[in-house]
Design a binder for this molecule. Structure first.
Ligand code: 9WN
Length: 452
């Protein structure tokens, strides 16, 4: 591939260029997830973007989270997309209408707060984990940044708690310690092979016609989900919109219902982080409940591990079957487990020859599907490429569990991957080619985290 974004010479330049990516994607009230492919704010992207921004300026990082929180539904759900205002986008030379499905397709006008345009589904609840990181970074610096972050934590804690309450109530009231998703988009790993079984049972009926726009921007369609996959994605949106995204009606209405083990582990970790924030910022009455949820989901994730493979599994709720496939989600326990033997076994696996230790890799980093699996498609989105944001999120969880050595090794490899200069959305594991969108905000954000 040719590299119009010339390679990066050193760490100072990496920092400067990563900051420039975020600055260019900053539309004032939101940093769009990517300049062209994703010209809106995405929920889990915003959390990663905010932590990256906090290395540059704390007020802007907090504003990003405030913008997301302003879209929180009455139910407590934080929607997966907050759509940018058309006028704002046109001013920035972008057409929001360029993203499909846009807000019209979601039919969420009654459920979204007044004046907010949003989708009707959620994404992984990584927010509390990253809010804790931002607050700790800012308060350790002290001064005005510290004061602002403390005020933010005090003011917004009730909203983050409502978000977690919603997740537990609407998606895991069965006490399984596993979160239900009604769309692959909710997992954030849209077309991972983990969802092939459940999607094979989704048969689009009378589907409103649609025209994709993503493949106009990522011209090599083999890097994106297929048209068949998109028809299923849109069918599920239609099913949910038909019941107005009413949490109580989704189980009776939607053809895709999966217990998502990675999201559950993110939730376990985030409940502990929220408990720490609640303890520190005047919500100590909530701490016990948050720690109970943390334990419930930690246990749910541990119990989902397949003894045969050592990887955690999702479960198809509609068939009752466990889904045992070698995807990055199988390492969910690295985010959450308190079991040292399980942690140790997963670390051996993830650095072994089927994952980051495969000698054929351009960089020793875990791909989204095992390199030795017949399911691997090295260029296709969540079916094989390395996602820098996943690398950092998992490495950061290791660091928090006291594994600074491994964090340092992954940091070195991830930085080496990013030095080619595109800030790709994902990377071909064997060649290091940047794929998907370029100048992806969360990729720039994790570069800044590595450098902090
Ligand atoms: C659908 C924004 C988002 C990420 C997801 C990633 C991709 C959207 C899409 O982009 O999904 O939500 O249109 O493909 O899969 O993780 O949050 O970066």
């Amino acid at each position: 591939w040719t590299n119009p974004d010339r390679p990066i010479a050193d760490l100072d330049e990496l920092r400067t260029r990563a900051r420039a990516v975020l600055a260019q994607n900053d539309k004032g009230t939101m940093v769009t997830a990517a300049p062209n492919l994703y010209p809106h704010q995405w929920s889990w992207d915003a959390a990663f973007v905010a932590t990256g921004l906090s290395t540059v300026g704390v007020p802007r990082a907090l504003a990003e989270l405030d913008h997301l929180l302003a879209a929180q539904w009455d139910s407590g759900m934080i929607p997966h997309i907050v759509f940018a205002d058309e006028v704002q986008l046109r001013g920035a030379g972008l057409r929001g209408a360029g993203y499909f499905p846009g807000v019209d397709r979601w039919r969420t006008e009654r459920a979204s707060p007044a004046g907010v345009k949003s989708s009707g589904i959620c994404q992984p609840p990584v927010h509390a984990t990253l809010v804790r990181r931002i607050v700790e970074r800012a308060t350790s610096r002290g001064g005005e940044d510290g004061r602002l972050a403390e005020d933010f934590a005090r003011r917004t804690l009730p909203q983050w708690i409502r978000w977690h309450e919603w997740m537990r109530r609407a998606r895991a009231s069965d006490r399984s310690g596993l979160v239900t998703i009604y769309h692959g988009w909710e997992s954030g790993m849209d077309n991972s092979p983990r969802f092939d079984g459940p999607y094979s049972r989704v048969h689009p009926g009378d589907l409103e016609p649609f025209v994709r726009t993503d493949t106009r921007i990522v011209e090599d369609a083999s890097q994106r989900p297929s048209d068949e996959e998109y028809a299923r994605y849109l069918w599920l949106v239609q099913q949910m919109a038909d019941v107005r995204f009413d949490d109580a009606r989704l189980p009776g209405a939607v053809d895709f219902q999966v217990k998502d083990v990675f999201m559950s582990a993110a939730f376990a970790a985030a409940n502990e982080d929220l408990a720490v924030l609640a303890e520190r910022f005047g919500h100590s009455d909530e701490v016990t409940r948050l720690r109970e949820w943390s334990a419930e989901f930690r246990e749910g994730v541990d119990a989902a591990v397949d003894p045969a493979t050592g990887l955690a599994r999702d479960r198809d709720l509609l068939t009752g079957e466990w889904i045992s496939l070698p995807t990055i989600a199988g390492f969910a326990p690295l985010l959450s487990t308190a079991d040292p033997a399980l942690r140790a076994a997963q670390l051996v696996l993830i650095e072994g020859p089927e994952w980051a230790g495969d000698p054929r890799l351009a960089f020793p980093l875990p791909p989204s599907t095992s390199t030795t699996s017949p399911l691997l498609r090295p260029r296709e989105y969540w079916r094989g490429p390395v996602w820098p944001v996943m690398t950092w999120y998992i490495a950061e969880a290791m660091r928090r569990h006291g594994d600074g050595g491994r964090y340092a090794r992954w940091r070195e490899a991830s930085i080496a991957q990013l030095m080619e200069g595109h800030f790709g959305e994902y990377y071909e594991p064997f060649t290091g080619e940047p794929l998907g969108s370029y100048h992806q905000s969360w990729t720039a954000a994790v570069a800044l985290e590595w450098l902090d």
